[in-house]
Design a protein around this ligand. Structure first.
Ligand SMILES: *Cc1c(COP(=O)(O)O)cnc(C)c1O
Length: 402
């Protein structure tokens, strides 16, 4: 059987991945490379991880048959409800897994980057749970547009550093977190929020999130008597909820994989975050992958209405799977995502995160047979995005009115 999900020993998926880090981080990145697999494959770790996912995060998350959306799109649509997890998104799965890993490695201080604030909140949450020091780096633009999450992090006891370099969003927050890590490599664990960064982070995060597809398998078996769908759909920023959704199906050719990246104003404009459409090979935050960059290699700013998808890179696993034709990647523009967010809300009574609304919008771009079983991951809930939905409501009127 093909094995498309596991990187080589050096962290490569085809030509993508690796660990391109400053010399001062060599030792701690190599220590992590040596330590992570034996730890996460140990019975003790698995036991602790499973117990916390169940009793603390609230897993398994439901697989919900969306009857009215199914009728609308002429398929059998199931929603994987990561929005119902503790703290409101899939991010908590990875945060729990990595803090257990950090503790086993004897680290005492946790740092993290965040965009929409979901990863910052998840990290601050698990730090409160284990009584560990927590510092979060967040672009100043995001601090302003995601205010409720900033307050949540502070209430949880984290220190939030507004980052004022670049366009002050997710990419700049990552750079700042890496800078901090360089100053404290001994005691600090960098709790990375997506399938990005130097090896082994893309693999760690994919493995922590793979619980999503592990559950989809038995939930489908229970509901429809077979354990695979015809389509899997997820949104992709750095790629973690998508990686979790597809992990146990990547080698199964019966399953079509469709990912939605953020088109912003459109892939033919300068205002986009659609890295897999517009990126070229380069290095960003420690990994060789597709990057939105100028001809002379300067990283371009990403633009999208969705703070959680606002990243000019993409996890190396996805760069590889898209290159191999295993993933079909669609660019969803801001207006299409806003429309899809209202559509899911009015059709099923579920307000999705604006990130997840990008995945919902992909439904309109596909044609299904009535018997097709489609599993779409709702990566998070929309509470944090109320302001965005309300102020941009008119943007979507081209597609229908709400
Ligand atoms: C962070 C986030 C994303 C994007 O991150 P991935 O690593 O690509 O999953 C998507 N949806 C929600 C709700 C998020 O919080």
């Amino acid at each position: 059987m093909k094995d498309l999900t596991n990187p080589t020993k050096d962290g490569f998926f085809g030509q993508f991945g690796g660990a391109y880090v400053p010399e001062i981080l060599y030792k701690c990145v190599h220590d992590l490379q040596d330590a992570y697999l034996p730890i996460i494959e140990s019975e003790e770790f698995k036991q602790e991880f499973r117990t916390l996912l169940r009793d603390y995060a609230g897993r398994p998350s439901p697989l919900y048959y969306a009857k009215r959306m199914s009728e609308r799109y002429g398929c059998q649509l199931y929603l994987k409800r990561e929005d119902l997890n503790h703290t409101g998104a899939h991010k908590i799965n990875n945060a729990i897994g990595q803090i257990l890993l950090a503790r086993k490695m004897g680290k005492t201080r946790i740092i993290a980057e965040t965009g929409a604030g979901q990863h910052g909140v998840a990290t601050a949450t698990v730090c409160a749970l284990f009584g560990m020091d927590c510092e979060i780096f967040m672009g100043k633009t995001d601090v302003e547009r995601q205010h409720p999450n900033v307050e949540r992090m502070k209430m949880l006891g984290a220190k939030v550093h507004p980052v004022t370099t670049g366009n002050m969003t997710l990419s700049d927050a990552c750079s700042e977190a890496i800078r901090d890590w360089c100053c404290h490599p001994e005691d600090t664990f960098y709790l990375v929020g997506s399938t990005m960064g130097p090896h082994p982070y893309p693999d760690i995060v994919a493995k922590m999130q793979s619980v999503i597809s592990e559950e989809i398998k038995w939930q489908l078996q229970e509901k429809i008597g077979r354990d695979y769908p015809d389509y899997l759909i997820a949104c992709v920023g750095g790629g973690s909820n998508a990686a979790g959704t597809i992990y146990h199906y990547v080698d199964d050719d019966r399953v079509k994989i469709v990912l939605a990246e953020a088109g912003g104003h459109g892939i033919d404009t300068d205002y986009t975050a659609a890295t897999m459409h517009c990126g070229t090979e380069g290095i960003i935050h420690g990994a060789r992958t597709l990057v939105m960059q100028t001809d002379d290699g300067q990283i371009k700013e990403a633009f999208t209405i969705s703070a959680g998808l606002d990243y000019p890179g993409i996890g190396p696993m996805h760069a590889y799977l898209a290159q191999q034709g295993r993933e079909k990647v669609l660019a969803i523009n801001d207006d299409e995502a806003i429309y899809a967010g209202y559509e899911l809300t009015r059709t099923e009574g579920i307000i999705p995160a604006i990130e997840s609304a990008h995945a919902v919008a992909a439904l309109r771009k596909l044609s299904f047979k009535p018997s097709d079983v489609v599993v779409l991951t709702v990566s998070g809930r929309g509470d944090k995005d109320m302001n965005t939905y309300l102020t941009h409501k008119d943007m979507a009127k081209e597609y229908g009115k709400f």
